[in-house]
Design a protein. Sequence first.
Length: 286
Amino acid sequence: MSDVKLSSLFELETVEQNLYRGESWDLGFRALFGGQVLGQALAAAYETVDKDRVAHSFHTYFLLPGDAKKPVVYDVEVVRDGRSFSARRVKAIQDGKSIFYMTASFQVPQDGMHHQAPEMPDVPPPEAVQSDIEFYEANFNKIARPMREALSYHRPVDIRTIDAANSYQAAKRPPTRYIWMRARDTLSGALSIHQAALAYASDYHFLSTSLQPHGIAVTDKSLRIATIDHAMWFHRPVNFNEWLLYAMESPFSGGSRGIVRGQIFNQAGELVASTTQEGLMRNVDV
């Protein structure tokens, strides 16, 4: 499975008008990886808008766990097409049940007022950080068997977590995390594919940032963790063939939920996208 291509995940089959089917990747988690439906739902919405319109934001809710062994059907509703903006609602379906909803907004690119407040964090360059895949392979005996069997499906995105070893240590630390990421194989020039790929990758290692102040490792067998909602804003054109820095922080957790927010920078220090997610974090008896 070493030849799995990231772009293939977003090559959806057209079932009929505004109805699409996407194949699933089993990443070795308890359920379908949330990033898959984020990326595929955005790709499905793109199929229904004029070519001059670019996604600038989406908001989603995860309703039921998905099955990674089954395809996902995406039902796109055309909500509005204005002179500058278009809105779409996307329903993801498995076994006749809605597992996920997305509302996405598209805009004809326009010039306007501009500012950027956050500065890119000062972190080691990607060349100085070990690839997560190499780290997993070096710690093969520490990861669950389903994850070992699914490593090939993690290869299409080259993710490099700064201080990755902390992921396997139940030690309390600040609720911040930094990762470099890019496509391992060259993606096409279509902006829609790059945005879908970044949406997919934006779910990697995100919610688990909320665990860090509590000294609980994401591998803890008593832990149940799942995404509730996820929002994303695209500020600049995305080139996922180049390294992007994902700066994550968790400002709060409580009530068996954690919230995380992220800022994605290119290597020029420009803010490319922002993300926010809330998820379930619950301890249960093993």
